[in-house]
Design a protein around this ligand. Structure first.
Ligand SMILES: Cc1ncc(COP(=O)(O)O)c(C=O)c1O
Length: 450
């Protein structure tokens, strides 16, 4: 039996994969990766695949980057892990200092957790608990946008609204408000972006005007709703949101799990709305795609609301065994060093331009209803041919066929339903991206014939 097949057989006998209908693997190949280098992933038989989606948007500087590898090795020889309660260590301190120095001014405290969903859980708890400590325990609801995704633990699912992940668990979820945002996909062509954004924002404003007494926070994915199909809104939406949250006494939580760390053109996406959130969440690319780690960057006033004598029971109690793991902190520090070592954000502007050039031929394609790009995130929305370009139903398999086509052409694409997207590692070259965009164009032509 060849190497790939033997891995697949052993895997399918024991592993239950995430985000997967396991029966699909009766006909959909499972790819056994054996190693990675730069933008490439290699399978056990040496076939290579360009990691076009940065392994679920975590990888920034390529696989097996020598600097990050070395940082982890160095840390491994010193301290692999120790608890962060009643103790500390240099990597956790240094990382907090460096992240806060990068964050919008006014965010002064760093709270570590293990992953994006855990960060969202902690942020929701922190916001509610802040208001409780301040004498407003009735502020126990959250607001999020339709089509939002904030993770898949129960608290995070409650503020998400993508039915695919949420519907089965509906009875378990805390009630929260979901309002329509200002998704540019829905903008009438003749309405200026600013007018459209203001008009659509009024829905959220009315909700806060009516319910602010019961609302702790609004949580938002700044600029791009990633798992919701890479839907994008204008930075103005963030500016309006900040102003409105101030007016009604509601926290603003910026969930930058996916859009932070330079993905959208600025280091943090909320910089483009010129706002300071009350809690900013960073995860995914934080460790360059190496190890699970997330951080909440928090305003001083929130921290102070928990700072009191022990007997008052005001402390924020949220902990994970691996909070602030030193290996993960060192990987994150090495990642930040790579940002310092070269003009990453300027280079990402080039990636943006390469994406525009490579995907432009799809504008007007009979089976494409939208091509959108923010920073290094690009998405192509597939639709049925005809004047109204109707989105394909959820059960349509064109997205999966694009995935299959990619596998046959050295590209690891993993469309979200019928949205084909690219979020490449920042080290991708112009030639590699050119080839990748061609593969996407060919894949779309291929599935258009289905
Ligand atoms: C915006 C956002 N928040 C939270 C999460 C959850 O992060 P994790 O997968 O690390 O739990 C994700 C994951 O895709 C995300 O995109």
């Amino acid at each position: 039996m060849n190497e790939n097949l033997s891995w697949i057989k052993r895997d399918l006998a024991v592993i239950w994969h995430p985000c997967t209908q396991m029966k699909d693997h009766e006909w959909l190949p499972l790819i056994p990766f054996s190693h990675g280098a730069g933008v490439w992933l290699f399978d056990a038989e040496g076939h290579r695949y360009l990691d076009a989606i940065s392994s679920w948007w975590v990888n920034l500087f390529g696989h097996c980057h020598p600097l990050i590898n070395q940082a982890i090795i160095d840390q491994l020889g010193q301290l692999e892990h120790a608890l962060l309660a009643g103790a500390t260590h240099e990597p956790a301190i240094r990382l907090a200092e460096r992240l806060l120095a990068r964050a919008p001014p006014g965010l002064t405290r760093c709270f570590y957790v293990d992953n994006g969903s855990a960060a969202v859980e902690a942020a929701l708890k922190m916001s509610f608990h802040y208001w409780k400590n301040k004498g407003y325990p009735q502020k126990d609801h959250f607001v999020s946008l339709e089509n939002a995704y904030h993770g898949e633990t129960l608290g995070a699912l409650a503020v998400g609204s993508v039915g695919l992940y949420r519907d089965a668990y509906e009875p378990l979820l805390h009630r929260s408000f979901h309002v329509s945002g200002a998704d540019l996909f829905d903008r009438p062509q003749d309405e200026p972006v600013e007018d459209y954004t203001c008009r659509r924002f009024s829905t959220l404003e009315r909700l806060l005007a009516r319910e602010a007494d019961h609302i702790a926070a609004v949580i938002i994915e700044p600029l791009v709703q990633c798992a919701g199909g890479m839907r994008m809104h204008a930075p103005l939406y963030l500016t309006l949101l900040r102003e409105c949250c101030n007016r009604y006494g509601v926290h603003l939580i910026a969930d930058e799990c996916a859009v932070g760390m330079g993905r959208t053109g600025t280091f943090f996406a909320c910089e483009q709305g010129e706002i300071i959130p009350d809690i900013l969440i960073t995860a995914k690319g934080l460790t360059g795609g190496y190890l699970p780690l997330a951080a909440l960057l928090v305003r001083e006033s929130i921290y102070q609301a928990f700072y009191a004598d022990y007997e008052t029971h005001l402390a924020f109690l949220h902990s994970h065994s691996y909070t602030g793991n030193p290996l993960a902190c060192r990987a994150a520090l090495a990642t930040l060093e790579l940002f310092d070592a070269s003009p990453v954000l300027e280079r990402n502007l080039e990636i943006n331009q390469w994406l525009q050039k490579g995907l432009e031929p799809l504008i007007g394609h009979p089976h494409v209803s939208d091509v959108r790009i923010t920073g290094t995130i690009a998405a192509v929305e597939l639709a049925s041919d005809g004047p109204n370009k109707i989105p394909y139903p959820l059960e349509d398999r064109r997205g999966i066929e694009v995935f299959r086509y990619g596998l046959e052409h050295e590209a690891w694409l993993r469309p979200l339903g019928n949205v084909v997207y690219l979020i490449p590692p920042y080290v991708i070259t112009a030639n590699e991206l050119d080839t990748l965009c061609k593969t996407v164009r060919d894949a779309i032509d291929h599935v258009s014939r289905i």
